[in-house]
Design a protein around this ligand. Structure first.
Ligand code: ISL
Ligand code: CA
Length: 558
């Protein structure tokens, strides 16, 4: 392969530390737990680990509310445990990406405590303050997890802005001193040797342009519509961050950018602009809902729209920016339960199909813990099992509106962020080998839970399929560099596309249904690269046709 940047053929594995592996029996996953599983990660073949926040935090939003950026939460261990983990991963050629949460801090952060003391406190301007109007918040914007996005501070008689919970006050990026503090904190981690950052809601750090306008919004959606992301200054600040910090180290960066458009993603990931390497876009995560409604109004996935959408991103960023490729993270339901089929009969096949489809595209692949074994959704049917602040607030709100429990639980089962946060089942021993104590969150209630150990033993498992795909992406330049063309765009059961690189051409066919389907195919395309039904494919079909079995995924080369 040519001089392609290493991260273009890489797979990044996201760890949600709380649920990965507990080492001391307190029911909470921790850093030594991660260190104890490095050989599992190494075998899988991943290049980099992204750690969800491990910093000091009151855990109102499970660590996305940070009270000290430069210390480790005691639940996860000590700084020495972190240094060990980093060294061990590095000696296994696995890089480390940290979660950078700098749109907001926790309200327990020292900066915010100071800021609340007085209007002339030196930290006051690290946050965003406005006067109320007639005893009401300055605007009627709603926060992401419910309630107003303004909270009143009695001492100084002003409101502070928060796009998320009231325990997550938004930082004021207009303040150059604040920006320098953040850059200094980033250097602290870079000097330790970390290899990159995933930047939480980074496209929402600029608010100046919209402060001052008043609009009415539905609860939980307000900030989306009011506080427009991707303002011009975001690009200016990222460029500054790049110049002052990132460019001095060998790092990879990915911005989490909810609501990002193609046009904006092209800016963030254009190498000539020196901002980020890539962003997480969310359009494909919003297709299985009632149009115009919130994520809780679930609908069936329209495959044709998913194909259109992913293909649009493939086409538009090719040669101009770079795509991230993901199905799962700690905010999303499990993909095998969501876009696949988690009935015992189909779970393995459909999990492989989902992996296959994504890993044949162009971009950097992100794999979320548990996805590599086909872990299904949580299926909690008791409201007390839910932990996530967004889910709990949603339940309370709907309850007040008089919506029956059953209906609320149905939405939570489909969309709760807890779906992605259940502990990893490692083996079939007590508590699935995750902890000797009581797990902080129940395991998935699905009747047929896969375990990591069974997956490793079984060469036909989802895990081994991911292994093959991850390796293929490193060996085959066509996957990182080839052009992409959607095939059969109108077909609502088959997702098919081709890749082309120099003289080489690959054709991927995936059947997203339980039916056996025959489609036209040129006869010369019959050299199999990889498929989820093992070696054989339907050879008894006519030469110019291909028959795909339920959830079959296969790639041919010409
Ligand atoms: O999960 C969501 C709502 O269902 C998303 O809209 C999510 O809030 C958004 O993608 C931002 O997520 C990130 O920042 C949040 C944190 O709660 C998420 O876990 C994090 O990934 C605030 O820090
Ligand atoms: Ca622990």
């Amino acid at each position: 392969m040519g001089n392609l940047e290493w991260w273009k053929t890489a797979t990044v594995y996201q760890i949600y530390p709380k649920s990965f592996k507990d080492s001391n029996g307190d029911g909470i996953g921790d850093l030594p737990g991660i260190t104890s599983r490095i050989s599992y990660l190494k075998e899988l073949g991943i290049d980099m680990v992204w750690l969800s926040p491990i910093y000091e935090s009151p855990n109102v939003d499970n660590g996305y509310d940070i009270s000290d950026y430069e210390s480790i939460h005691p639940d996860y261990g000590t700084m020495a445990d972190f240094d060990d983990l980093l060294a061990e991963l590095h000696s296994n050629q696995i890089k480390v990406m940290m979660d950078l949460v700098v749109n907001h801090t926790s309200d327990e952060h020292h900066w915010f405590r100071e800021a609340c003391k007085a209007k002339d406190n030196p930290y006051r301007d690290y946050y965003i303050w406005r006067k109320g109007t007639n005893g009401q918040p300055p605007t009627d914007w709603s926060a992401s997890f419910g309630g107003s996005s303004w909270t009143y501070d009695r001492t100084t008689d002003e409101y502070y802005l928060h796009q998320f919970s009231k325990s997550q006050p938004d930082l004021n990026w207009e303040n150059p001193k604040l920006r320098q503090e953040i850059y200094q904190m980033m250097r602290f981690w870079l000097e330790k040797g970390v290899d990159g950052f995933r930047m939480d809601v980074i496209n929402q750090i600029s608010k100046k342009e919209v402060l001052g306008s008043y609009q009415e919004f539905e609860l939980g959606q307000g900030w989306y519509k009011a506080l427009k992301p991707d303002q011009a200054s975001v690009h200016v600040w990222l460029n500054e961050m790049n110049r002052e910090v990132l460019s001095h180290y060998d790092v990879v960066t990915v911005g989490e950018t909810p609501k990002v458009t193609l046009e904006e993603a092209l800016k963030y990931s254009n190498p000539l602009r020196s901002e980020l390497h890539m962003v997480f876009q969310f359009e494909h995560m919003r297709l299985d809902r009632v149009k115009g409604k919130s994520k809780w109004d679930i609908a069936e996935l329209p495959l044709v729209e998913l194909k259109e959408n992913l293909s649009k991103w493939q086409k538009a960023l090719a040669g101009k920016g770079w795509n991230s490729l993901y199905w799962n993270n700690h905010d999303q339901p499990r993909i095998v339960s969501r876009f696949g089929n988690d009935e015992p009969k189909w779970r393995t096949l459909s999990a492989k199909l989902l992996a296959h489809t994504l890993y044949m595209m162009q971009g950097t692949t992100f794999l979320f813990q548990g996805e590599e074994i086909g872990l299904p959704n949580a299926y909690f049917d008791d409201i007390f099992d839910y932990n996530d602040i967004e889910s709990v607030n949603y339940y309370q709100l709907k309850k007040q509106e008089g919506i029956p429990d059953q209906q609320i639980i149905r939405s939570l089962q489909a969309q709760s962020r807890d779906n992605g946060r259940t502990p990893v089942p490692w083996n079939n021993s007590h508590n699935f080998g995750f902890t000797t104590g009581k797990p902080w969150l129940p395991f998935s209630k699905h009747s047929d839970l896969p375990t990591a150990e069974d997956n490793v033993k079984d060469l036909e498992s989802v895990y081994h399929y991911y292994r093959k795909l991850i390796r293929l992406r490193k060996e085959q330049a066509i996957l990182s560099e080839g052009t992409y063309t959607l095939q059969l765009p109108e077909n609502n059961q088959i997702f098919a596309f081709s890749r082309k690189y120099n003289e080489e051409e690959w054709f991927t066919y995936t059947n997203w249904s339980e039916e056996t389907i025959t489609i036209p195919m040129q006869p010369e395309r019959r050299q199999r690269v990889i498929g989820n039904y093992g070696e054989a494919f339907y050879t008894n079909s006519r030469e110019e046709e291909l028959t795909l079995r339920p959830y079959e995924a296969i790639t041919f080369r010409k």
